[in-house]
Design a protein around this ligand. Structure first.
Ligand code: NDP
Length: 449
């Protein structure tokens, strides 16, 4: 851990005391505070009126019971969350996660990160995040629908296109968004398209939203590589996960001439040195909703499936963690560096532990933090809101062109901010400071809120 100055250390101590046991939230706050030392030194006005303390405190936290009936007729109980973190720049905006590991600390960390990420996009959106400890794995379509309907029966009263606009995240894709939006529409008797993003194309979705987070991360890494006169062409890449972000990261890397040699799910990882067959991964994960081990069973020779173990043991030049938080440990980072990694682009939120980030920085690896690199998803969500507001529908090319421009803009903002604050090439510092300054300036203009 880096040393904080006295004032920031006191703020951090108070965050830990007020949010006991929420380790992921502490980790996310600490990382931002570690970047703020240079801002506070240059702009002491930012420490006035408890501005930083207010930014670390969510505006509203909602926790609720989600009862539903499974296929056997048994009543099940889950817990639902929505943390409305900051609305200084616009309505709360951030995804919903369904995973058994979800708790208030995880949602709070994601909402905190989201606030700065959304600020970095330059678009008028505040930060929020939600979810449930519901485990969708192995559940029938009917069970998923009944769960989504029950979840929304409580959450709908806190949402609105000018209030709070959710989207997907782990365990929540197009199917779940359809069920939640359907229930919202039924409860409110309003076709309020702008209340959800990641919707299907038939009912107000945006082209390129499904692809946006993975494509956006790849654009960001492309811009980072270019600063050293490099590109994806001919490079070996490893992408963890095989969900929404991972699949579209692999698709764009392939288009840019890179070779993906490994991907994973929560059970294990597959290696295919000839290059992962993405159509097969899509068939396994998006159509059959099966395990990634199927890949090896179907492809056979020349491929491997390793249960447990670490995907980061596979040698690569570009690593794109796209599964979940803290999936790259210090040990994994050292292994990646030893094997010659030149760039890391975080598709997932906070996938690298603080120790891993330190290892990458010390080794001079180009490192794109999630709050900048995976902002393409939410940026395209904001484009979806624009289309909904104007009752318009853009082409794929039009939307992707906007996405690419936004990602290069975020890259350049992070790089310029890092330079301005005396740490050229430090994208972590650049992203944290640029995001913070935008939110802080807006909060200050709005008075003590
Ligand atoms: P998906 O549910 O589509 O995919 C998640 C993938 O990660 C699956 O392959 C899953 O495996 C794997 N995974 C999940 N949890 C774990 C775990 N604990 N250990 C190992 N593997 C795990 O989610 P997304 O692709 O949407 O999200 C992935 C990451 O990207 C998350 O951190 C999310 O917050 C972040 N993100 C997503 C955005 C989006 O637009 N969807 C936007 C910005 C960030 P399995 O199938 O076995 O569960």
């Amino acid at each position: 851990m880096l040393q904080l100055d006295e004032k920031l250390e006191a703020i951090f101590g108070e965050v830990v005391r007020r949010n006991a046991g929420e380790t992921e939230f502490h980790q996310a706050v600490r990382e931002v505070l570690e970047s703020l030392g240079r801002v506070v030194a240059k702009r002491p006005d930012f420490t006035a009126d408890a501005l930083i303390e207010r930014i670390c405190e969510p505006e509203r936290q909602i926790i609720f019971r989600v009862p539903w009936v499974d296929d056997r007729g048994n009543v099940q109980i889950n817990r639902g969350f929505r943390v409305q973190f900051n609305s200084a720049l616009g309505p709360y905006k951030g995804g919903i996660r369904f995973h058994p590991s979800v708790n208030v600390g995880i949602i709070k960390f994601l909402g905190f990160e989201q606030t700065f990420k959304n600020a970095l996009t330059g678009m008028p959106i505040g930060g929020g995040k939600g979810g449930s400890d519901f485990n969708p794995r192995g559940r029938s379509n009917g069970e998923i629908m009944r769960f989504c309907q029950s979840f929304m029966t409580e959450l709908y009263r806190h949402l609105g296109e000018y209030t709070d606009v959710p989207a997907g995240d782990i365990g929540v894709g197009g199917r779940e968004i359809g069920y939640m939006f359907g229930q919202y529409k039924r409860l409110t008797n309003r076709f309020e398209a702008g209340v959800f993003t990641g919707k299907g194309l038939l009912y107000g979705g945006s082209r390129a939203r499904t692809e946006a987070t993975g494509y956006g991360n790849t654009y960001f890494v492309q811009a980072m590589l270019a600063t050293r006169g490099r590109s994806f062409e001919g490079r070996k890449c490893v992408v963890s996960g095989s969900g929404n972000v991972a699949i579209y990261t692999m698709e764009k890397i392939r288009e840019f001439g890179g070779t993906i040699v490994a991907c994973s799910d929560s059970n294990g990882y597959i290696v295919d040195e000839k290059g992962i067959d993405l159509d097969l991964v899509k068939e396994i994960k998006e159509v059959r909703r099966a395990r990634i081990s199927e890949y090896h069973r179907l492809k056979g020779t020349g491929t491997h499936y390793i249960e447990k173990g670490s995907i980061w043991d596979v040698a690569c030049e570009v690593a794109m963690p796209s599964a979940t938080q803290n999936e790259i440990s210090g040990r994994d980072a050292r292994e990646l560096v030893k094997n010659g990694v030149v760039a890391v682009g975080e598709g997932a939120n906070m996938p690298s532990t603080p120790e891993a980030v330190r290892v990458f920085r010390e080794a001079g690896v180009l490192f794109a933090p999630g709050k900048a690199a995976n902002a393409g998803g939410v940026a395209t969500s904001a484009l979806e809101m624009q289309q909904n507001a104007s009752r318009d529908s853009w082409t794929f090319e039009q939307t992707e062109t906007r996405l690419a421009t936004i990602m290069r803009g975020i890259h350049d903002t992070c790089a310029a901010t890092a330079e301005e604050y005396g740490a050229p090439g430090d994208y972590v510092l650049g992203a944290n400071i640029a995001g913070f300054v935008r939110v802080a300036e807006s909060m200050r203009a709005l008075g003590v809120i």
